[in-house]
Design a protein around this ligand. Sequence first.
Ligand code: ZN
Ligand code: CU
Length: 487
Amino acid sequence: MTRAVLLENGLLVDGTGSPGQLGDLLLVGDRIAALGAGLRHRLPDGLALADVQVSDCTGLVIAPGFIDVHTHDDAIVLNAPGMFPKLSQGITTVVTGNCGLSVAPFVVEEPQGALTLLGNSFKYPSVDAYAQAVAEAQPAVNVAPLIGHTTLRFACMDDLTQPATAGEVAAMCSLLEKCMGQGAIGLSSGLFYAEAMPAPASEVTALARVVARYGGIYATHMRSEMADILEAMHEAGDCAFQAGVPLVISHHKCAGPANWGRTQETLPLIETFAQRQAVAMDVYPYVAGSTVLREDLVDGVIDVLVSWSTPHPEMMGRTLASIAAEWGVDQKTVCRRLQPGGACYFQMHEDDVRRVIAHPLSMIGSDGLPHDRHPHPRLWGAFPRVLARYWREQRLFPLETAIYKMTGLSARNFRLHQRGQLQLGWHADVVVFDPSKVRDVATYEQPVARSEGISSVYVNGQLACDQGCAQALAHAGRMLKRPVPTA
Ligand code: ZN
Ligand code: CU
């Protein structure tokens, strides 16, 4: 018998940004079968109330499942398919492969450099191989894969300190072409990272042109988010414009005290781009960033919190300043001695974070790093934090806008078919939460903590977790392949 769930008497916020309405939502199988008031009295033909699992949502919000557009969850969806960090925030879809780093298409025993962000050993020479692994692992959330430029460089080049040769560009394009043909949703770059920094704009543009032919998108962690951010932004904008592909600027920020306040320059520039091309950005709601330990990000001014270190695991959770004082050396020396490792950098100003989050072109993406032992709290808290801090406490925008930035806008920008809105016949990815209680619990000190106030989460019509997400119930996630155009 087909599974049916009736969510009754909640505030339906449909993910388009339009005002919420009290009512019911009926899920039948993996689809949204009806929305409106009093649905129990007008069930579809052949469906009796006795066959429907009814859930009272009085006082609760019923919204499309949240879409985390910026993740590094490529490997964790396979290794820890319960996906608690995400499910417990109400997230039902993760976009993987951001910042130029994807596990496919690549085979390697010990990843090097920025690829260490993704964990150990990849063995997915194609998107098909990765899709097969996702199908076998059965994660609790949907997975929409980007292909990383840095990964393509590792797969096709001998010397990553150089621009790709014409032959190497051709090899990367043909590999990317295969990936797009197998349903990848687009390309990402991480020009900020050493393995991609030597790539000129023309190398990325060539790849972006391949993506354009398949109707995919291009997301970029730009070459600079510090002094040279405007130049980096022009590079990203021009590259996407020339290739004819929609652009997503990843985790938009102005980093470093010298650049605080400069979102007043960057956001207007993005608005001018928007007049000639499709452009959007993602953002996480914290003033600290997080990535691998690198000396150029350590200025002795901002706080830097160690999230992992291979040679000194005992320093996890401590600041570089406190370790420097203990060892009697400067912070850059500490940074060198702790490598390889990762850290949280308190490099942003709250006013900039607020400006970006409030901007109409921004979507929420956690950028969580699931392999860090002492991760940045965004891994477990980003989405509820937007709701608690920026909607409920600060009233930066209406609830409907907050949800739009986590659902409808995200699905549209990443071209996820029939997701991100509560619409008749669309996929039944749904979150139910208490608007008066929802909040992030994860902190920099205690970063592994489930958020509060998420009542239940449905993925493809199946109950994935409820009551605080103590355990994952159904593992109903799917690989979301971009439909391949029939030419
Ligand atoms: Zn990044
Ligand atoms: Cu990232």
